[in-house]
Design a protein around this ligand. Structure first.
Ligand SMILES: [Zn+2]
Length: 266
């Protein structure tokens, strides 16, 4: 399988070749696990955020490995991190992870939330999966590339952002910083059950036909308005997960929560 990222001087883009070029072996795996343990030990729950501590740890790791690194301040006590290994051609591949985690109700945890423990081949600790594991992997990849002396064709950029668990303001400030303006590809190692998914910025449009008796309601969800609209067909209720539709917009409909009379919607 070709990885799609061609590296100079002699890698034709095959993952096997790249793996050997970067010397990914058991010691790298062990080192990554140790790095993950340290990341889990740094509290970066959001709210309130306080990503400065983990941001400065991450920056220290990258600088130690001679990688050009910039802190992108968000607000007091909160920062994102952008790092870059220059490529030989214009454009960049961005590896992106977030620095914050959801909050932890520690009283309900049966293991320490801020201590990574391994039991039966599984690690526990807040953020182990979402997404300090991805963060650790990104950091280790950057280290390996820097150590290898390989010059990638495209610059390798790390965008490690604050505030993902709430309002994505860290990602927004990184985008506005100009530091990733040359991005052509973005890889986000969020946990997705071990499968890779392709995505694209923008809206997702879903074609759906709503079936109901005469009139039905489309609930806008908490805090939103509830509207009535005509429907055709049988007396089937709206989908149970109707809140999933709260962002659907009828083609030509005046409001995001309205469905036109034919019952079709996008
Ligand atoms: Zn996440």
């Amino acid at each position: 399988m070709r990885c799609g990222i061609a590296w100079t001087p002699n890698c034709g883009g095959s993952c096997k070749e790249m793996k050997s070029l970067l010397k990914i072996d058991a010691s790298v795996q062990k080192e990554t696990v140790e790095l993950l343990k340290r990341l889990v030990g740094i509290r970066s729950v959001n709210p309130p955020g306080n990503e400065d501590e983990i941001a400065s740890f991450v920056k220290g790791f990258l600088v130690e490995n001679k990688i050009d690194t910039t802190l992108v301040p968000l607000e007091e006590g909160r920062s994102s991190v952008v790092a870059r290994i220059p490529g030989s051609e214009p454009g960049s591949v961005v590896l992106c992870a977030h620095l914050d985690t959801v909050n932890a109700d520690e009283e309900k945890w049966t293991v320490p939330a801020f201590e990574a423990r391994i039991d039966g081949g599984r690690m526990t600790g807040l953020g182990t999966a979402d997404m300090k594991s991805g963060l650790a992997a990104i950091l280790e990849i950057a280290k390996l590339v820097a150590e290898s002396g390989i010059t990638p064709k495209k610059s390798l950029v790390l965008a490690l952002t604050a505030d993902e668990e709430r309002a994505y303001r860290g990602a927004a400030s990184v985008a506005e910083s100009g530091l990733i303006d040359d991005a052509q590809f973005l890889v986000i190692p969020e946990p997705t059950a071990g499968k890779a998914y392709c995505g694209q910025k923008g809206e997702l449009w879903v074609e759906a036909e709503f079936v109901g008796a005469g009139r039905a309601r489309l609930d806008a969800g908490a805090g939103g308005s509830t509207r009535s609209c005509p429907h055709r067909g049988s007396a089937s209720p709206l989908p149970k997960k109707r809140r999933d539709f709260r962002r659907c917009r009828d083609e030509g409909g005046p409001r995001s929560t309205s469905v036109r009379s034919t019952g079709d919607g996008r």
